[in-house]
Each structure stands twice: as C-alpha cells, then as structure tokens.
Design a protein around this ligand. Structure first.
Ligand code: HPA
Ligand code: ZN
Length: 340
C-alpha cells in the first residue's frame, strides 16, 4: 500500500469517534475570531505564534494551554460555532457517529452558565444529525483536579438538561487524582441513568484502570494504554468486552509514547482487546480521525484487516442501539470488500 492508497482507504471507512473533547477541537483560527468578537485579547499576537506554543512534555503542560484557550468561549453562539466546526470537519472525513465530551466546570468556574454551554453544543449536534446525518451521544466530563463536591454541583446543574446528556466521564490531570476520589459522584450519576466512562491509564498506572472498573463501575476506558502492564487486567478487559478509546496522536504529543512505532494498539488488537482509534484534542495534537488512523497505520504497518477491525470496534464500543451497530458494521465490511 502506498501512502496515497492508505489515505484513500482510510478516507472511505465509515468511522466513529468516541473520545473527543469539544474544547480540544478549538482551532486557532476560530479562537482568534471568537476572541475578537468577544473583545478578548489573547496572549499571542497571531495564529502562528499560538501554534508555536503547542509543544508539550506531558499532560499538564497541554491542559494549561487548553484551559486558557477555552476562556474565550462566552456565549451560546461560541459553543455552537465550536461544535459545528468540529462536525463539519469530521463529516468531511466520513465520520458517521460521535460521542463527545464537554467539560462544564471549565466554563462554570469562570461564571458561564451551564445552560449557555450545553445549549450551544446541543443545537449544533442536532443540526449535525439533521443536515450531516451524524448521530451522536453527549458526555459530561468531571474535572478530576477539582473536588468531588464540585463534580456533585455539576451533576446538579445538569439535571434540567438530563435528556441531552448520555453519560459522564472523568478527565484532566490524572496523576494524584485517582478514580476512587469520585466514587460517590459516579454512583450518583449512575442512579440518574447516565452511562459511565473515565480517563485512566494515560499517564496513571494500571491500578487506576482497576479503580475505574471496580470502584466507578465504568463501562469503557478512555486511553487505557497502561493496561498492558497487567496481565490480569488485560484478561478482565477481554472477558468483559471493556473497550479502550485510544488516541495515538495525543499519546505522541503528550509523550505517553516516544514514537508512533511504540503505540500499543496493534498489540492490543492481537490480544483481542476492543481497541478503538480517536483524536482526543485534534486542534492541539495535529490531526482528526483520518490523521490518527493514517499515522498509526503507517508506523505500525497495519493491514486492511486490522483497519477494518478498528473501525468495527468503534461501532461495537459505541452506545448506539444493537440494530444500528449491526447496520454500520455491515457497511464497514461491505466497504472493505470493495477495497483491494
Ligand atoms: N487527558 C485528560 N484530560 C484531558 C485530555 C486528556 O487526554 N484532553 C482533554 N482533557
Ligand atoms: Zn481525553
């Protein structure tokens, strides 16, 4: 396969995205546009100088810039524009289903109402469903560097919008903020009918993945790279069909791996883990879904069967109905039958 052939194959695969922070899809150009119209002065004088700052040695260095960028988002229209830009971009990459995170506390902590944030996001998602045929789920993510009490306040603020939210997640600074810190708010979220996911094993140890499973009772792990350190954990993931939402370019940019050739996804597929490919924060890490598939496939020399398996896993691990999963998986298989 030449790089061009690989790119073309990837473009045509019907794809899901299951690990995407909407604030992480904030492209510098749109950031400047919104900052201008909101009369906010960014610390950078051009798109180019902002992009130059996108060099990270670890998760925290990224988070510091990511939270800074989100500060220009003030009004419902800003959240709408952010989400709509993401949807049109992934539509061009043949992504047909998305399950996206938003971080309410990033905004409520600076005085923006929960309603403003979720209304903009929700309206764009609905427009995408109607006009782009992209189905979606929305996941509210608690910031783990803040207290459990703050997460409880977020859960309370979400109650009037319960019907728009499908699940809750856990993100931000992992080390020192283990899943167990949020045991009570995850139990309360489950009682409200939300599905549960959590970032675990990105920088943190395999123990955090165990905690997410056994204490938070999550049904899908975001990242989970470190599971390969623990054979019993791998067995558990396989037996219980716990999916991992891996983000290869994110891992590279945040130095979770030294080079793409070290990415564990091929090993995970070999073992029968339900591994999926996602973009995490595409505006910061140099690529959306296609670029994540492409860089991974190129470095690990993935064959067509592995690419097909990754795409199927995305639908399998999603929260769409069983009937819809079957329909999409058939479409993936049909597509690969046309690719020689
Ligand atoms: N990890 C933790 N928190 C995050 C991430 C991530 O990759 N992206 C946005 N918030
Ligand atoms: Zn993430």
């Amino acid at each position: 396969m030449t790089p061009l052939e690989l790119q073309e194959i990837i473009q045509g695969i019907p794809k899901t995205e299951l690990h995407l922070h909407i604030e992480g899809s904030f492209e510098p150009e749109l950031m400047f546009e919104i900052a201008n119209r909101n009369n906010i002065k960014l610390d950078f004088d051009s798109v180019a100088s902002l992009k130059k700052a996108y060099k990270f040695n670890n998760l925290q260095e990224f988070l510091d810039i990511y939270y800074l960028g989100a500060q220009v988002l003030l009004y419902e229209q800003d959240f709408f524009d952010l989400t709509w830009a993401y949807l049109t971009k992934v539509h061009s990459q043949n992504v047909v289903h998305v399950e996206i995170f938003f971080d309410p506390q990033t905004h409520t902590e600076r005085g923006i109402d929960f309603e403003v944030v979720i209304s903009g996001i929700y309206k764009a998602l609905e427009k995408g469903r109607k006009e782009l045929n992209i189905t979606y789920k929305l996941i509210m993510s608690y910031l783990r560097h803040l207290s459990e009490d703050s997460a409880f306040k977020t859960l309370e603020a979400a109650m009037p919008f319960k019907d728009w939210i499908d699940g809750v997640g856990l993100d931000s600074s992992e080390l020192g903020n283990p899943p167990s810190k949020f045991a009570n708010v995850f139990a309360a979220s489950a009682k409200e009918g939300f599905k549960l996911v959590a970032h675990a094993g990105e920088e943190g140890p395999a123990d955090y993945i165990w905690e997410a499973l056994d204490i938070l009772k999550i049904e899908r792990i975001d990242h989970g790279n470190r599971c390969l350190d623990d054979e019993a954990l791998v067995k558990r993931l396989i037996e219980n069909k716990i999916a991992l939402t891996l983000c290869p370019l994110s891992n590279l940019e945040l130095k979770v791996i030294k080079k793409m050739e070290d990415h564990p996804v091929a090993k995970m597929l070999d073992k029968g883990i339900l591994a999926t490919i996602n973009s995490d924060d595409p505006a910061y890490f140099g690529g959306y879904m296609n670029e994540n598939y492409f860089e991974t496939a190129k470095a690990l020399k993935l064959d067509k069967n592995q690419l097909m398996q990754l795409a199927i896993n995305g639908f399998e691990a999603s929260w769409m109905s069983q009937d819809d999963k079957v329909k999409h998986i058939i479409a993936v298989k049909d597509y690969f039958n046309t690719v020689n």
